[in-house]
Design a protein around this ligand. Sequence first.
Ligand code: ACO
Length: 425
Amino acid sequence: MPDSLIVTHPASATQATLNITEASIKAADLRQFRIGDEPLAAFDPGFTNTAVCHSAITYIDGEAGVLEYRGYPIAELAEKSTYLEVAWLLLNGELPTTAELEAWEQRVTVHRRVPEEVKTVLAGFPASAHPMTILMSSVASFYSFYPDARNFDDPESRSRALVRLIAKMPTIAAYAFRKGRGEDYVAPDDDLGYCANFLHMLFAQPGRPYEEHERLVRAMEVLFILHADHEQNCSTNAVRSVASSGNDLFTCCSAGIGALHGPLHGGANEAVLKMLREIGSVDRVPEFIEGVKAGKARMMGFGHRVYKNYDPRAKIIKKSVEDVFEITGVNPLLKIALELERHGLEDDYFVSRRLYPNVDFYSGLIYEALGFPPEMFTVLFAVPRASGWAAQYQEFITDPEQKIVRPKQIYTGHRTRSYPADGPR
Ligand code: ACO
């Protein structure tokens, strides 16, 4: 692989040597190539082939099906770590010591409650409001209560905002869930860990506290670890873009939640359940597969823009499915999912296109078994992603290479015209 490319502009015969940085991807800084005074611009809708930053947080090798946070393989973290430990890792670059972890857990616990006035923000929404809309607005409102978050150049202020965000996301998510069901809010229980407390705030009933089951709490920890970060995806890019104009963490994460809410990003697990219900029984799977091959439907939960191999997160979730179903009882849709996967891994249509199960293929089945309605699925993605957004925000804010985000356009419209002398037509 050459470490530079010589590029010639055909019309002007201008030549330049582009140095190629080879780290996780091969990239060249196109600004080095000038045509006259102008640097060469890349035309790249959707940034599908553009690196926008150097980052040391999350590594993905889509060809090999590898995902690592700060160099630790996702499977090891899912097996041995907790969500809050992973959040610390993402933010600080190293695993915490026992003392650091204990202090971090206590700090997060102290900040779980949300200001009373936020409840009036929630009260203004109709009962039918989507919980992602409530989450997005409530997180944006945090800036009114914690304006210190704008002092992001000060590490102390920045750290206060990071911990508040991570601590309060589950509380707001649980309140949004209960509001939709017309139920009173349940305050955080400081004696419970992060995920156990989340389940408590979601499902406890008056006089009947949520009976936490160790294996269900662990399944939630694992799902949270798997969703904590995924480098420069659409919502992270939204967080970084909004940060680039000098915004506080809460405003940026509110934008991230908005981006995640779109069905092309956070909503596929909901679509998987819909697909499984429509198929209805295992014996109808071959007919469905034929429909997919004929272009009549997509196999939801299959395929990924980056992974051209089994999504490492899907493998781990598949294991958790069995664990959860042992306690909650088996969701009959699982048999259909397994049969679909078997076809997908054997059929040449999927094999030749390198389509494998992604993170969403099995996660909806678990969420449903835990008692969540489909509209909560994306919320369950957003809550743990807060730590990834926070880490990416922090990296952006402290990166001297970064500037306000301002892509170029290729203008194709009219040029300088005169307004009609006799007025509008
Ligand atoms: N079912 C059937 N065929 C598929 C699927 C699928 N799920 N995904 C891709 N293909 C086919 C396409 O039809 C295309 O075939 P062709 O070459 O004959 O035209 C080929 O595979 C390449 O597909 P693209 O759409 O170009 O792949 P891209 O990388 O743009 O799309 C995407 C990735 C959007 C995830 C796609 O695989 C998809 O729609 N999957 C289903 C939705 C889904 O599960 N999304 C969740 C992704 S994970 C996440 O966002 C957290």
